[in-house]
Design a protein around this ligand. Structure first.
Ligand SMILES: [Zn+2]
Length: 286
């Protein structure tokens, strides 16, 4: 196999892994931020539940104080009622007592509601605290994993960087530049040729080009996607050598018009156009 081709095949595998690892390293802090965000939500839920309980208790204390106030008023009105001189004054005081008693009942109803609410709030707090505990442990685990993965990836990247530099040395400059351009633009620079087709863009190659690619002795690029082509004999047997163009022409000349046309194309492919096209398909080596 052509030495540059062999290096580029290995280099592309490393470059792709390099990209994958780099993206993974870049994504990990985002992942950590996401899980921390979720943890913050759980913490907020706990705080909210605690605040609800506090408010509930404060409201209850206020209502209890109100009840005490009304009870004191009732005592006062009853004391005054013992001293009044006429019925009107007495009735007015009794009316006040009635009003205060009604207010006390209202407060008591509200306290009952608050007690029911408190139970729910306490349950919510317990649930939020349990979530926080579970989530907190999970977050720590995930953060540890993310940190370990980052360290591992960075170590791998360092190793790949070395291999990369080694593979690039000695490859012809123009070939290297072509490779780099493809990696930049298409994220892949090498394509297998199989069944006479580029396996990246699936464009059919001319028999002559296919023959040359199958030798793996030159840097040949796909006429359609410009990727550097190689042939893997483990995927299919090597192509049969092409028939000499002259023989084809004679045989096809006797056949139908369509066959004759394709024979002309084949002849043209193998003939005059080849020089022109092979210029675009074979990158200059120096
Ligand atoms: Zn292609």
């Amino acid at each position: 196999m052509n030495a540059d081709l062999e290096k580029l095949i290995a280099l592309e595998k490393i470059d792709r892994e390099f990209v994958r690892l780099t993206e993974e390293v870049a994504a990990l802090p985002k992942r950590v931020a996401q899980i921390e965000h979720k943890l913050a939500d759980d913490k907020a839920a706990v705080e909210e539940a605690k605040a609800a309980i506090k408010n509930n208790e404060a409201s209850r204390r206020q209502l209890e104080a109100d009840i005490q106030g009304f009870q004191q008023k009732i005592v006062k009105y009853r004391e005054q009622s013992a001293k009044v001189k006429n019925n009107d004054e007495y009735r007015a005081l009794m009316h006040e007592v009635e009003f205060a008693e009604k207010e006390i009942r209202t407060c008591e109803d509200k306290i009952l509601d608050l007690m029911t609410g408190l139970e729910a709030a306490e349950k919510a707090l317990k649930a939020a605290e349990a979530d926080l505990k579970t989530e907190g442990a999970a977050v720590e685990k995930e953060k540890d994993e993310a940190r370990a993965r980052t360290a591992e990836d960075e170590k791998l990247l360092k190793g790949l960087g070395g291999q990369r530099a080694q593979l690039r040395t000695g490859v012809a400059d123009t070939t290297m530049a072509h490779y780099d351009r493809l990696m930049r633009q298409r994220k892949s620079a090498i394509a297998e040729a199989r069944d006479q087709r580029c396996q990246s863009c699936f464009v059919l190659m001319r028999p002559q080009v296919w023959q040359e690619v199958a030798t793996n002795e030159q840097i040949i690029t796909c006429s359609s996607c410009a990727r550097i082509l190689y042939y893997d004999p483990s995927h299919q047997p090597p192509p049969a050598p092409p028939e000499p163009p002259k023989k084809t022409r004679k045989k096809k000349a006797a056949a139908a018009t369509i066959a004759a046309d394709s024979a002309a194309e084949t002849a043209a492919d193998a003939g005059s156009e080849e020089t022109k096209e092979s210029e675009s398909e074979t990158t200059p080596t120096q």
